[in-house]
Design a protein around this ligand. Structure first.
Ligand code: IPM
Ligand code: MG
Length: 364
């Protein structure tokens, strides 16, 4: 089979980590006999530098014509980068939001899993993590506060800023269905996270999600208020399987969930629409402080490439081999600086890529 894959290296450490993700895709192609055609796309600060805007229509078109997109990270240091002297709608992040919307990527999957080898990097106490945890955050990605009407204007002599949190029942239903489908393939437990004691939008989330739940009698469905969830994630993360939540809550909780895995450099993510198409990216940011040094952790990007193979191209065997290679490299004691601990061998971005490729080939 032949597939088109759009690559978005982006800014900061993005190009370094996407280079390693691409090596994994190349090896998957070699092992499977499939052919991948790559198309590089600019997004974020690099697109501003080249074209004056964070996302061009051509970039969107190239992504739409591909089977999947592998992305690195976008944005820079807000205190020093000239990109942040532009109006908000012209900054790098606006490009990311625009591409999510343009590609209709409403379901954002962010797994948070504690590798036994990384228990030492987890900031939680041993008695809390016990047997570890393995959860999947499903974040709604194209609605809510991020895309509602917003403005700042003077009202009765006082500057007033307004952001609108709006959801329709259809927007909730489609992501809820995705989340229940995922729960069916995991431990069949889904928790809706909301603020239904205060917000109308959350009450609609409860109503619609409860209706969807009726079609999945095998899935244990419960609800949790978002403030309590923030607490439960550090009190007992092992209680969760699939967490479903709206855009803003998901943004906040997914950073919290990533932190307890030891490093944000370990976490992949997938953003999906109604079809098999998806955009895959590490959960971490562009880390401008270490950009260009060749020391960034490429594992999250490699695991994102594995998700791309699995969800968009149905290449489960190659995805399994890549994920197994990551487990083995950690078991063999190799670490990038962010997850380094005593007795392990410190390696750089490229070396980590080499070690994973070698193991992926053997695991296949
Ligand atoms: C994320 C990021 C983005 C978001 C930013 C960069 C706009 O924090 O992907 O979680 O808030 O969605
Ligand atoms: Mg975020």
């Amino acid at each position: 089979m032949e597939y088109g894959i759009a690559l978005i290296p982006g800014d900061g450490i993005g190009p370094e980590i996407v280079a390693q993700g691409k090596r994994v895709l190349d090896l998957a192609a070699e092992l499977s006999g499939n052919v991948f055609h790559y198309h590089e796309v600019l997004l974020g600060g690099c697109s501003i530098d080249a074209f004056g805007v964070p996302l061009t229509e051509e970039a969107v078109q190239t992504c739409k014509e591909s089977n999947a997109v592998l992305m690195g990270s976008i944005g820079g240091d807000a205190a020093t980068s000239p990109w942040y002297r532009l109006p908000p709608e012209k900054r790098p992040e606006a490009g990311l939001l625009a591409i999510r919307k343009a590609l209709n990527l409403f379901a954002n999957l962010r797994p948070a899993y504690l590798y036994p080898e990384l228990k030492g990097a987890c900031p939680l106490k041993e008695e809390i993590i016990k047997d570890g945890f393995d959860l999947m955050m499903v974040r709604e990605l194209t609605g809510g506060l991020y895309f509602g009407d917003r403005y700042t204007k003077e009202v009765d002599g006082t500057v007033t800023a307004v952001d609108t949190l709006k959801y329709t029942e259809d927007e909730i239903r489609r992501v809820a269905v995705k989340a229940f489908d995922i729960a069916m393939k995991r431990n069949k437990h889904l928790t809706l996270v909301d603020k239904a004691n205060v917000l109308d939008s959350s009450r609609l989330w409860r109503k619609v999600t409860s209706q969807v739940a009726e079609a999945y009698p095998e899935v244990a469905f419960d609800t949790m208020l978002v403030d309590n969830c923030a607490m439960q994630l550090i009190r007992n993360p092992g209680q969760f399987d699939v967490l479903l939540t709206e855009n803003m809550f998901g943004d906040i909780l997914s950073d919290e969930a990533s932190m307890i895995t030891g490093s944000i450099g370990m976490l992949s993510s997938a953003s999906l629409n109604e079809t098999k198409f998806g955009l895959y990216e590490p959960s971490g940011g562009s880390a401008p402080d270490i950009a260009g040094k060749g020391i960034a952790n490429p594992i999250a990007t490699i695991l994102s490439a594995a998700m791309l193979l699995r969800y968009s191209l149905d290449m489960d065997r190659e995805a399994d081999a890549a994920e197994e290679a990551v487990r083995r490299v950690l078991a063999d004691g190799f670490r990038t600086g962010d997850i380094m601990s005593d007795g392990c061998t410190r390696v750089n971005t490229q070396e980590m890529g080499d070690l994973i490729l070698e193991r992926m080939r053997n695991a296949y």
